[in-house]
Design a protein around this ligand. Structure first.
Ligand code: ATP
Ligand code: MG
Length: 401
């Protein structure tokens, strides 16, 4: 049996003349995730429709749940634009909800996109509601707290659906350029990457790895997080930068209390060099204002100088609770809290500077004479690519892990 999915695109309705570009990108990102199964996709009057054999439903559900640019989706029934047909399909849906014991309180929400249809939205809702109650007298119309809602849309055909699922919203992947995410393995940066991914940005990640100070386990953690993010964008390239020599140089040549800030500055510099090579438009970090010494407004002001591209900080105004909740929701939290040392904690001074004076730090940075070592690290970058898990490969119920 074939199933029809009705897909509501996210903010695409606002895109005017660019709409086609956004729709094409959405179809392309869906296709990257479903290319291994037979399905058809069409685009008609403000909605997308996927038709697929019943056996592939789990695959399609997962794809639609993880793809940015989708406001919601539902398995639907399409029928002729005839009031009698709508009633027939509505009764069939009512009977199914009955069998599933979804409760007696219901309402009908109708939307008439085709204004030539003889009944108004309100009349459709009243007619179908009344017919359902006639057939199933136990049903009660409850406009405020219904157990289930029958949605009806009159477009090129009549469409009915009950169980609509919310999508990630945002914009389709590839509509907002490319960003280089500084991915640390902590709680914050994966959430920052997720947020920008949902805004349509293609993400690549950079991890500063410091063997022998940080072990393979820390790297594995960052790889797992990269894989999570690849579930959103379809694929993700991780750049692993050997960072120990940079940190040792800063420790040996610099001022102790400035070490954290200098390390951050070096990260920004290397990340923006990678961004240039990869034709990226910006850097992304998980910084949140005032969270730690290196994230005071003065510290951010200093480290910001080391990127010649815009630095996006989507978590800047979020508190830790909010970030942790989001991390749990998207499934990165459990990975992030695994107890493997990050490169920075090992080199952190006991009293890191919180209010740097940029001109003084700039002089100290120059005294480090570190540019050559940064170049050397850049030459030794390793790259790994993570992809969307198809079919058997995906097992978790979480949206992206
Ligand atoms: P997170 O939870 O993401 O590790 P944090 O609260 O620990 O963040 P910091 O350690 O101060 O914050 O790092 C600030 C930001 O710098 C991180 O969100 C991340 O974007 C970047 N960063 C820190 N360490 C690394 C690293 N080893 N590799 C790549 N990026 C890093
Ligand atoms: Mg960290």
């Amino acid at each position: 049996m074939r199933v029809l999915y009705l897909i509501k695109p996210g903010e695409l309705t606002l895109k005017g003349k660019n709409r086609k570009f956004f729709e094409d990108r959405l179809q392309a990102s869906i296709h990257r995730k479903l290319e291994h199964i037979p399905y058809t996709i069409t685009n008609r009057s403000g909605r997308m429709y996927i038709e697929v054999e019943e056996q592939f439903r789990t695959e399609v559900d997962r794809c639609l749940r993880t793809t940015p640019g989708i406001a919601g989706f539902a398995p639907a029934v399409g029928c002729e634009k005839d009031p009698k047909q709508l009633v027939k399909e509505a009764l069939a849906m009512g009977s199914r909800m009955f069998k599933l014991r979804r409760g007696n309180r219901f309402k009908v929400e109708a939307r008439r996109e085709d204004k030539a249809f003889p009944l108004t939205s309100y009349e459709i809702a009243c007619t179908l509601g009344a017919e359902l109650q006639k057939e199933y007298p136990e049903l009660i119309v409850d406009l405020h707290h219904p157990d289930w809602i029958l949605f009806v849309e009159i477009r090129d055909k009549g469409y009915l659906y009950v169980e609509s699922e919310r999508g990630l919203r945002g914009l389709p992947t590839g509509t907002s350029g490319r960003g280089i995410l500084l991915l640390s393995g902590g709680i914050d940066s994966p959430v920052a990457g997720f947020l920008m991914g949902v805004r349509g940005m293609m993400i690549e990640a950079v991890y500063f790895h410091s063997p022998p100070y940080t072990g393979e386990q820390a790297l594995k953690k960052v790889e797992s997080l990269s894989e999570c993010l690849a579930q959103i964008t379809g694929s993700l390239t991780l750049h692993i930068v050997p960072f120990a020599e940079v940190q040792e140089t800063i420790r040996d040549r610099g001022v102790l209390d400035e070490a954290t800030l200098m390390n951050r500055a070096a990260m920004m510099r290397i990340a923006s060099m990678i961004a240039r090579k990869r034709h990226a438009h910006c850097l992304i970090t998980g910084e949140s204002l005032g969270q730690v010494a290196s994230q005071t407004i003065e510290s951010i002001g200093f480290t910001n100088r080391f990127s010649d591209l815009p630095v996006l900080r989507p978590l800047i105004g979020m508190d830790k609770e909010w970030i942790m909740e989001k991390a749990r929701e998207i499934g990165t939290y459990e990975i992030s809290i695994l107890p493997y040392e990050d490169c920075c904690s090992l080199f952190s001074p006991p009293h890191p500077l919180t209010r740097p004076i940029p001109s003084i730090l700039q002089t100290h940075w120059e005294a480090l004479m570190i540019e050559e070592i940064l170049e050397k690290a850049l030459e030794r970058v390793e790259r790994r690519i993570f992809r969307y898990k198809k079919g058997e490969e995906s097992s978790s119920g979480r949206p992206i892990s």
